[in-house]
Design a protein around this ligand. Structure first.
Ligand code: ZN
Length: 118
């Protein structure tokens, strides 16, 4: 006899094909909805961090290029863990971008904020 299989949504026994993962279509749908909800929340959370980072860079860099103390970014709520992409210049400098706005870490706790032409 097969081992008894349990539906992860409602806890009922699953009857039928061996590859069946849920007791019913209803439970399968519910499981998928639940997953996509969590997934969307996660995406939304990261998007809002990226948008906030971008807004901070825009506000602190009205002229296209600015040198400021790193602490000023931190005070504004900038999250250094998130960026959309990294750009390495030919001279080996690393820029971190949030969309078209980015920064590079300089010496003595300074950052330069830059804007990419798009
Ligand atoms: Zn079920």
């Amino acid at each position: 006899m097969d081992k008894k299989r349990i539906c992860p949504v409602c806890g009922d026994t699953i009857f039928g094909r061996i590859d069946k993962k849920f007791c019913s279509d209803q439970c399968r749908t519910e499981f998928n909805n639940r997953n996509s909800k969590e997934y969307n929340n996660y995406i939304r959370k990261i998007n809002s961090i990226l948008k906030k980072n971008r807004r901070i860079l825009v506000e602190l860099n009205p002229n296209g290029k600015t040198k400021i103390l790193r602490t000023k970014l931190i005070d504004s709520g900038f999250n250094f863990d998130y960026h959309t992409h990294v750009y390495k210049s030919r001279t080996g400098n690393t820029y971190y971008f949030c969309y078209e706005h980015g920064y590079i870490e300089l010496e003595d706790d300074y950052c330069a904020i830059v804007k990419k032409d798009i």
